[in-house]
Design a protein. Sequence first.
Length: 252
Amino acid sequence: MLQETAAAAPAAAGGNNAAALQQMGFDHLIQNFDIVGWIVFLTLSIMSVMSWYWIIMNFIKNMRLRSRADRVVNTFWETPNAQDAIRFMEEQPKWEPFSKIALDAAQAAAHHSRHDGSKLAESLNRSEFVDRALRQAVTRESLNLESGLTVLATTGSSAPFVGLLGTVWGIYHALIKIGSSGDASISAVAGPVGEALIMTAIGLFVAIPALLAYNAFVRANRITNNQFDTFAHDLHDFFATGARVGDASGKR
């Protein structure tokens, strides 16, 4: 009799462990979602899709910009004729920012020249008019670089807390279920509580890529904005005085 009891005890423990393991996992978690659980899960899913969309889009945008920036700027300054340089900028893709900054400066200088002697020329000289156009162009292109960064920042900062909300709610229901059943053994507690912790893990998996990507894109945009400012200063000198600083020859 004692041998049968001793043999039955491991069997019962094994059965309890097997039952606990059956109550742990993502599939079982979804099957037991209530309305709050579904809201939390769908919110995290939407955050993940949106963040990965902007991660991919900003990565492609930054790679395209970096691959063309130096060539566009260097070709503009190395072209001896100003009209040919402007024509080269007009041939660039619409998304290319350096060409649009240069074209805005050229259009501002041409517009001021056409209205020489008018009230426009009296209120703003050529340098001030070109400078205003360049500031607007640089601001516009800088804002374009920031597309999607708000989504990434929001996801990186809030997704862990959304996942934690799902975990707290899941543990709350698990404890109610355990209390109503009267079974407080480790096998009865481990399954529901461990399952609820999955929501926190999902929140972290959503937040970490978004946060890393946000930091990387902010740094890349800072470098690009510095390039915008440098190029804009050179353009201002060229269109305001007819020659780039340090360039004795200039364009004609």
